[in-house]
Design a protein. Structure first.
Length: 297
């Protein structure tokens, strides 16, 4: 009886080969779409969380100019911050774990016959706190080096590997243009950021050293703020905006000439995009399974 049933089913399938093939294809596509949908949705959400965590926890980025996504870029009408703005935020805003002003410049590092192009970031030890970054080998900047603007540097892992391979660069001297810079430490690897940039492709120097020896300006291009656990980042963000509007003389009816980015909001936005993508895949899965079901009927 079972044999006859199987043979009858096989003959029916062979007589309707196209219909049977489309039915199987529809079901396969539908099931595959469901699997991809779930995997992609979970993977994207996990990746977003991981990328934001790499940037730093409870992180606010204060940038000059109008609000926009992605890395900051200077324009002719952009007014940078000053070290006094950094100090004002640190002294007058409650609920902060750390504050760090930064100034950046693209430069080529040279060691012997090797060279490597990367970003040089002028900052202080507060930057390590706001970015949840630790020194893997060597040490952070001393107070004397920060106040004097000494030519010392901490290498990201990408730069260290490019110039020194598996060797220890601490104590060695590299050249940045005409600057002889002594390496005092290396950073623990962070990997790529949510924007696809290599966070380890960086050299940290005292901010006064970069201002004096590289940019020739006392301006601060960006301010990083880490909010203490237990404080609302939205409240802290609003307080910073009010303080900077006052310090920069922004009128009541004028738009801010700066923007404060809450990385938690960025994570939420990216998660929403992931949700939309997951919804589209769900629709594809539903249609495919429907086609397969109609074929069976």
């Amino acid at each position: 009886m079972l044999y006859e049933t199987l043979m009858l089913s096989l003959r029916t399938i062979l007589r309707n080969a196209l219909r049977s093939g489309l039915t199987v294809l529809g079901i396969v596509i539908g099931v595959a779409a469901v699997i991809v949908m779930v995997t992609l949705g979970q993977g994207t959400t996990s990746q977003v969380t991981s990328d934001v965590a790499k940037l730093g926890s409870n992180l606010l980025m204060v940038r000059p100019g109008q609000a926009r996504m992605g890395p900051a870029s200077a324009s002719a009408d952009t007014r940078d911050f000053s070290q006094r703005d950094v100090k004002a935020i640190e002294d007058q805003i409650e609920g902060l774990r750390s504050v760090a002003g930064v100034v950046t410049s693209a430069m080529t590092a040279i060691y012997g016959s090797l060279n490597h192009s990367q970003t040089v970031t002028g900052t202080d030890n507060g930057y390590l706190v706001v970015r949840d970054w630790s020194v893997e080998n060597g040490r952070a900047f001393s107070e004397g080096e920060l106040s004097a603007g000494s030519a010392v540097c901490i290498l990201g892992s990408t730069v260290s590997e490019a110039l020194f391979g598996a060797g220890d660069p601490v104590g060695e001297t590299i050249r940045l243009k005409q600057i002889s810079c002594r390496v005092i430490g290396t950073l623990k690897s962070k990997g790529a950021s949510g924007f696809g940039t290599d966070q380890d492709d960086v050299i940290l120097m005292p901010i006064k050293a970069v201002q004096r020896r590289v940019t020739g300006s006392q301006d601060v291009s960006m301010i990083f703020v880490a909010v203490e656990d237990g404080y609302d980042t939205e409240t802290v963000k609003a307080d910073i905006e009010a303080l900077l509007r006052e310090r920069r003389g922004v009128g009541a009816n004028e738009d801010d000439d700066f923007n404060v980015v809450d990385m938690a909001e960025v994570a939420s936005m990216l998660s929403s995009i992931s949700g939309v993508l997951t919804g589209l895949l769900s629709a594809v899965a539903a249609v495919s399974l429907l086609v397969g079901g109609i074929g069976i009927m």
